[in-house]
Design a protein around this ligand. Structure first.
Ligand code: S3P
Length: 186
């Protein structure tokens, strides 16, 4: 079973994903970390040297690989955090929707701006007006996240632990996880 987290940068995909994986005994993979390892440099530098389209090609290949691998019967459960722009590619939307349970961590641009205003690593936010950029990214991507996701949680107020519980409850209701009181055992 694969649970994929999607949403705008700064919404907590990696933090929530890591905790979720711990709670359900799954492996955790951050596709951006796999990409950085493959390209051998920080994503920001790759964007500067080779451009966004080249990055998206590499990203598409990594998502295909990770979701195909972890799908097989007997494969260990996986929680996959994706990059915020992954769903721009129709192939990624299709693969993630068909091969994984997609959870959209939905955040407002204003909330993300509060978290990311000092960020220096995300190439798309190194602009004069990052809030305007986040609003633009939200306009463009929110429909894609909604279209692809099986479930959606709002990241606004809840703590990481609460978000993890909310996702686990949705997975339980969908029959993808045993109920929490059953998991604890006698
Ligand atoms: C991107 C988001 C980043 C990373 C790359 C591009 C985007 O991931 O994949 O910088 O297009 O929004 P996070 O969402 O983890 O920041």
């Amino acid at each position: 079973m694969i649970t994929a987290l999607v949403g705008l940068p700064g919404g907590g995909k990696s933090t929530v994903g890591r905790q979720l994986a711990k709670r359900i005994g799954a492996r955790f993979i951050d596709s951006d970390a796999v990409l950085e390892e493959r390209i051998g440099m920080p994503i920001r530098q790759f964007f500067e040297q080779f451009g966004e389209a080249a990055f998206r090609d590499r990203e598409e290949a990594v998502i295909d690989e990770l979701t195909a691998e972890a799908q097989g019967a007997g494969a260990q459960a996986l929680v996959l955090a994706t990059g915020g722009g992954a769903l721009l590619r129709p192939a990624n939307r299709e693969r993630l929707h068909n091969r994984t349970t997609v959870v959209y961590l939905r955040s407002t641009p204003e909330e993300l701006y509060r978290r990311l205003r000092h960020d220096t690593q995300r190439p798309l936010l190194q602009v004069a007006d990052p809030l305007a950029k986040l609003r633009e990214l939200f306009e463009q991507r929110h429909p894609l996240y909604e279209e692809t996701a099986h479930y959606c949680v709002d990241t606004g107020r809840p703590s990481v632990a609460t978000l993890v519980n909310m996702i686990m409850m949705q997975l339980e209701v969908a029959g993808l996880l045993p109920a929490q009181n059953e998991q604890k055992g006698p």
